[in-house]
Design a protein around this ligand. Structure first.
Ligand code: NDP
Length: 282
């Protein structure tokens, strides 16, 4: 019987993960099955235990269960521990191993696919939720000049900055602000325009624009929205109107999946064709 994996979420019908992993398996000659798994909102842990009993080898975890997956894991990879969220589970040796591949997926899409190095760049991260938490450490590992986190609820951004200050290579590499401070505060990390602006808020889900000022985008900046869809998000449209190059989160989705696949199977799939196929089907 094929090794079994799935993606757990609620809702889950929209998930593209089965399509991606089946394509990876075909490409790499791996014998596996991958399905969608709808877990009851109050039944994530029971669902995972059921999967383990049925012999599943691992699972991806999506909204709204990434924090519960973090709590349920009996062992955590460093990047999941630091992120405080888990999107990939490995069931091995009686353990539930938790990892977070969202951040490496984002960084791979920016650095490899888009060809935009992060080293020495000024990065602005909008949002301080689960997705934002997962990308901070992988971004820091690429040596940006600074990463500024802006959030609607300022206190959450402050807490994140304090948490990640210990991972910074130098004082001031990590800073936080409210949306109203972006570009201002002369002499601080927040002053001026940014090379890379990442929308990790969920505003695009409701077709809303996070209140980022046009001055945040340096001419030719990369404006990355974690959201993806057929149409440009309001953030991508706004950024493009103000001189930035907009990119959506579809490449991040495929890259985080590739990282999970490599973790499970020990072989790294190529992502280019899979991304192009998904894009053509949006
Ligand atoms: P969370 O619910 O954990 O966090 C939401 C964040 O968005 C919070 O910081 C919240 O601020 C902020 N926010 C919500 N609405 C607005 C608004 N109208 N204006 C400004 N800020 C707002 O969500 P996640 O972090 O899990 O997900 C964020 C986005 O990333 C989603 O669109 C999700 O689909 C996408 N994503 C994409 C992935 C990919 O592979 N492409 C992977 C993971 C996520 P506050 O703290 O004030 O509430």
């Amino acid at each position: 019987m094929s090794d079994r994996y799935c993606v757990i979420g609620n809702p889950i019908a929209h998930s593209k993960s089965p399509e991606i992993h089946v394509a990876f398996a075909r490409q790499t000659g791996q014998d596996l099955a991958y399905e969608r798994c709808l877990a009851p909102i109050d039944g994530f842990a029971d669902t995972v235990r059921g999967l383990i009993e049925q012999g599943y080898r691992g699972a991806n975890v999506t909204v709204p269960f990434k924090l519960e997956a973090f709590a349920l894991a009996t062992r955590l990879r460093e990047r999941a521990r630091v992120a405080g969220a888990v999107n990939t589970l490995v069931f091995e040796d009686g353990e539930i191993v938790g990892d977070n591949t969202d951040g490496p997926g984002l960084v791979a899409d920016i650095v490899q696919n888009a060809g935009v190095p992060l080293a020495g760049k000024r990065v602005l991260l909008l949002g301080a939720g689960g997705a934002a938490r997962g990308v901070i450490l992988p971004i820091l590992q690429h040596g940006p000049a600074s990463i500024v986190m802006a959030n609607r609820t300022r206190a959450t951004a402050d807490a994140l900055a304090a948490q990640f200050a210990g991972h910074a290579a130098h004082a001031g590499q990590v800073a936080a602000c409210g949306f109203e401070d972006i570009g201002g505060q002369v002499g601080s990390q927040v002053e001026g325009a940014f090379d890379v602006v990442i929308n990790a808020t969920s505003a695009s889900l409701s077709n809303a624009l996070p209140p980022v000022p046009a001055a945040a985008f340096r001419e030719g900046a990369l404006a990355f929205d974690m959201m993806y869809g057929k149409a440009l998000s309001p953030f991508m449209e706004f950024a493009a109107q103000h001189g930035a190059i907009a990119r959506d989160g579809l490449g991040m989705l495929v890259e985080q999946a590739a990282e999970a696949f490599a973790l499970w199977r020990g072989v790294r799939p190529a992502t280019g064709d899979v991304l192009a196929t998904l894009r053509s089907r949006l």
